[in-house]
Design a binder for this molecule. Structure first.
Ligand SMILES: Cc1cc2nc3c(=O)[nH]c(=O)nc-3n(C[C@H](O)[C@H](O)[C@H](O)COP(=O)(O)OP(=O)(O)OC[C@H]3O[C@@H](n4cnc5c(N)ncnc54)[C@H](O)[C@@H]3O)c2cc1C
Length: 399
């Protein structure tokens, strides 16, 4: 049986996040975006609302809700601004869920619980100046020294670089093994030799923090190796499964925001004696947004369903991320077009939507990488094999 209804708990969650966004983000976002400032208090407020670990099991400090509840949070947050959804994507999607999937019990106790409670913030450091899509080209190294590893290298374009307390960092422990020689580490900001620096001059997500990480002989205890030596590439890819799911869900929220603003403007603005919403070419843009919203939402919630079942869904996630982000980018472009010249100024939010809609088409797998992945699945050149550790299926709490 297929069920497309949300549960009362999910409906309540949506209302909670929507109210929060309307009250605590919408009135200030234009100013934050202009100033290029990330408001750390947002994390505090999200933690107070238990939203920093919404789908993390209660035993690990989360709310124990299902994976589609995380999608709902992302959708509603991005309706406010992409920066806050990006923060949750990185903290919960890329970091916390990866700890849940791959972490030892000690690592979950030490790092996952405070993250799920929102007491500590997590981030994800994979990209380097010379390695984005081509992950195996990373140059950061981790050399074993007694009970520690010594990390040296640099990461760039890291969301929450200057904010996060804990980072998942990917480094070569054995370069000769190519991608099978990459390992994953939990690095704390306070470890000597670690530093970060913000990236300025971004096109969008200006109220979010993005920066560079530097590792100068950072001594990381062997207990902070996530998974086994050489499993880093697989861990990074499975982390991206979770991150991409949240990015796709956020894109749905951005399309919602574009529709909201455009429908309002369609009724307000008149040309040639009628509301612009009465012109068929404007209606075409509205119809395209609606189609994008509905198609993307179905793809996202299907991934949530598969995650709830504990099934690997890299293929479905890649499709949802690619399609939803493309539709969001197009919706934002159409939203500016519908607003005419006013859409070109920050008097209306749609220019911010257009600027914000671009990064998700680039990060967590570019549009081109997902296009190739989908073709490879169809052509039989790629298939998803079982992983040594799987993300746990969702089990409703017993009352
Ligand atoms: C705002 C923002 C936040 C980010 N946050 C994070 C983060 O938190 N952590 C993190 O690790 N990274 C992060 N990133 C980095 C992001 O994941 C990378 O930018 C992305 O993976 C693409 O890598 P690249 O920029 O090096 O582009 P490249 O890989 O150099 O690609 C350049 C162009 O070539 C195309 N291309 C590359 N290979 C192929 C191919 N085989 N076939 C066809 N076309 C190809 C790409 O699609 C792209 O158009 C962030 C980026 C942005 C913009």
């Amino acid at each position: 049986m297929m069920n497309f209804d949300f549960t009362p708990e999910q409906e309540m969650l949506r209302q909670t996040v929507r109210k929060f966004v309307d009250k605590e983000i919408m009135p200030y976002i234009k100013e934050w975006d202009e100033r290029g400032e990330f408001d750390r208090n947002i994390f505090k407020r999200l933690a107070e609302l238990n939203l920093m670990g919404v789908c993390i099991p209660e035993e690990y400090g989360g709310m124990g809700m299902d994976y589609n509840s995380l999608a709902i949070v992302c959708e509603e947050l991005e309706r406010g601004d992409t920066a806050f959804r990006t923060a949750v994507s990185v903290h919960t999607g890329l970091n916390s869920l990866t700890l849940l999937q791959w972490g030892t019990e000690e690592q979950k106790q030490k790092y996952l619980i405070p993250q799920a409670r929102g007491e500590k913030i997590g981030a994800f450091g994979l990209t380097e100046p010379n390695a984005g899509s081509d992950v195996a080209s990373i140059q950061t190294t981790a050399v074993r020294d007694g009970d520690d590893y010594i990390l040296n290298g640099q990461k760039t374009w890291i969301s929450l670089a200057d904010i996060a307390d804990h980072f998942l960092v990917f480094a070569y422990t054995d370069k000769s093994k190519k991608h099978r020689g990459i390992s994953a580490f939990i690095v704390e900001r306070t470890m000597p030799g670690f530093s970060s620096r913000p990236i300025k001059g971004k096109l969008g997500i200006r109220s979010g923090n993005t920066g560079e990480l530097f590792f100068d002989n950072v001594r990381v205890p062997k207990e902070n190796l996530l998974g086994e030596e050489g499993e880093g590439f697989k861990i990074a890819m499975s982390a991206l499964d979770n991150g991409r799911f949240t990015v796709a869900a956020g894109a749905v929220g951005l399309i919602m925001a574009c529709l909201e603003a455009s429908v309002k403007y369609c009724h307000e603005r008149k040309t040639f004696g009628k509301e612009i919403g009465r012109h068929q070419l404007v209606q075409q843009m509205i119809a395209r947004m609606e189609a994008g919203l509905q198609i993307s939402r179905l793809l996202v919630y299907k991934v949530g369903f598969l995650k709830n079942e504990g099934r690997r869904c890299t293929r479905e996630t890649s499709l949802a991320k690619w399609i939803a982000c493309d539709y969001a980018n197009k919706a934002a472009d159409d939203a500016v077009q519908i607003h005419g010249a006013y859409g070109y100024s920050n008097e209306y939010p749609v220019e911010r939507y257009l600027r914000n809609s671009k990064a998700p088409v680039i990060y967590e797998g570019t549009r081109e990488i997902h296009t190739i992945m989908q073709a490879e699945y169809v052509l039989g050149y790629r298939q998803d094999k079982p992983l040594r550790k799987t993300l746990p299926a969702w089990r409703p709490a017993e009352n």
